[in-house]
Design a protein around this ligand. Structure first.
Ligand code: EPU
Length: 425
């Protein structure tokens, strides 16, 4: 039987919770350590399943990984063998694609399994492969594996335009170009906070990167990069998840280590719609006081950063069930990310999926606990946990391992806020 979460809802949620390091920053930073043979020290690494899988792929390639306490790793990649890239773990993790760009700089040719990940839409790796082709690489697509190869005398273009604002494709290309000894203009770059954090790490390794956090990034690479030490930025998606939980539960919650400025539009939208929130950007604290007024949102528009992030879409959907009137949720990025909203109807929510990109949530609804709520993806799972915490009665959520891909000890940390939540393996 799959790992389950059993939640007795309706308990008061209050107290202080710390935000951990960003999973989506840790993953590309771990991948970029293969750009050097020198040791790299990374702290504030969240202990989540996706990070463990990423480290385990690296270890199987021959990387030497030393853990210092719970959240710091030292990685040294002297002798690597790429055979591990053909393993099943690569398929379990979408982020394994992040090894492609940096390993191509080190080996010239990489053959790997197609990456897998959350069931939230088609999500091909086409943006990555098109970018690598545009950089002069030859791409061969097999049934189970694919490979990319650069000739010995590859000459790289001065500018590269991505096909869309893809987060991991931007990261792959940034890692690749950081070790190309020339200046390249990267356009249509994604600008998420984790991309900015990766750029900081690559700069510490010796690259010069300007414009990270905008759609135009200039990268001046260096053939030989060095080891570096870095502290991973706090996770704005985790902070946003706790914030939406606190508002749904109408609790007084103090969220510490919150990267406040990375949540500008989330906070503005919530405050404009009657959320009682105090912000202290200097001290990285967000505090909620008694939830949100019953005004209704009208519309929640998901967009790439600095828009409202798709990774908070499902949790916004839960909050919409608690506010008055209808909220249109427009999710233009993924074409199948409404699974959690569909599951909410089992708990008494009024949700209509209008098409693959739009859902209508009408509230307020009194959610009730049920046995048989299925988690399909990481962020949807976190949203269903929020719903179960505010529902009357007991909810049993199956496939809870999905949530562990991206939230460290979620059950334990929520218990400290007063939640009655038990993980059953
Ligand atoms: N998309 C567009 N237009 C764009 C940009 C993206 O339609 O201009 C679509 C893509 O076609 C795709 C989706 O949006 O269907 C996401 O695209 P992207 O390539 O940016 O996603 P990714 O790089 O594979 C990363 C995160 C995801 C997060 C997305 C979007 C990592 C390891 N993963 O994925 O995180 O949802 O960016 O912000 O960084 C998660 O943490 O749960 C997670 C799924």
């Amino acid at each position: 039987m799959s790992t389950r979460l059993i939640i007795h809802g309706g308990k008061e949620i209050a107290g202080t919770i710390d935000v951990r390091g960003s999973k989506n920053a840790a993953l590309p930073i771990i991948a970029s350590t293969v750009l050097t043979e020198e040791p790299c020290r990374i702290s504030n690494v969240p202990r989540v399943l996706d990070v463990e899988r990423m480290l385990s792929i690296l270890e199987r390639m021959g990387g030497i990984i030393k853990q210092e306490g719970n959240h710091t790793v030292t990685i040294q990649n002297k002798n690597l063998d790429l055979e591990a890239l053909k393993s099943d773990t690569v398929k379990q993790l979408r982020a394994s694609i992040l090894f492609l760009g940096p390993l191509l700089r080190r080996f010239g040719k990489v053959c790997m399994r197609y990456p897998g990940g959350c069931k939230i839409g088609a999500r091909s790796i086409d943006t990555h492969l098109t970018a690598l082709r545009d950089l002069g690489g030859d791409v061969y697509l097999g049934r189970k594996y694919f490979s990319v190869e650069f000739g010995e005398k590859a000459s790289f273009p001065n500018a590269l335009i991505l096909k869309e604002f893809s987060v991991t494709a931007t990261e792959n290309v940034m890692m690749f170009l950081s070790s190309v000894p020339k200046t390249t203009f990267l356009k249509i770059a994604a600008s998420e906070p984790h991309i900015q954090d990766l750029a900081k790490f690559l700069s510490k390794m010796g690259a010069t990167i300007r414009g990270a956090g905008t759609s135009n990034v200039v990268i001046k690479g260096r053939e030989k990069l060095s080891g570096a030490s870095h502290r991973i930025v706090p996770d704005y998606i985790e902070a946003g998840t706790f914030l939406l939980l606190a508002l749904c539960a109408r609790g007084n919650v103090r969220i510490k280590n919150a990267p406040v400025s990375q949540l500008d539009l989330v906070l503005k939208t919530l405050i404009a719609n009657g959320a009682h929130i105090n912000l202290n950007e200097r001290e990285s604290v967000i505090e909620t006081r008694g939830g949100i007024e019953d005004r209704g949102f009208g519309k929640i528009q998901i967009l790439p950063h600095p828009g409202i992030p798709t990774d908070l879409q499902s949790a916004f959907g839960v909050l919409a069930t608690q506010t008055k009137g209808s909220t249109l949720i427009h999710e233009p990025l993924y074409e199948d990310r409404f699974h959690a909203l569909r599951e909410l109807t089992k708990m008494g929510a009024s949700v209509k999926i209008l098409d693959p990109h739009r859902a209508m949530v009408t509230g307020p609804s009194k959610l009730k606990g049920v046995d048989g709520v299925v988690i399909q993806d990481l962020r949807g799972g976190a949203a269903l946990v929020i719903a179960a915490l505010i529902a009357r009665g007991t909810t049993v959520l199956s496939n809870a391992k999905e949530v562990e891909r991206g939230y460290e000890d979620l059950a334990g940390r929520l218990r400290a806020l007063g939640a009655d939540i038990e993980r059953v393996a």
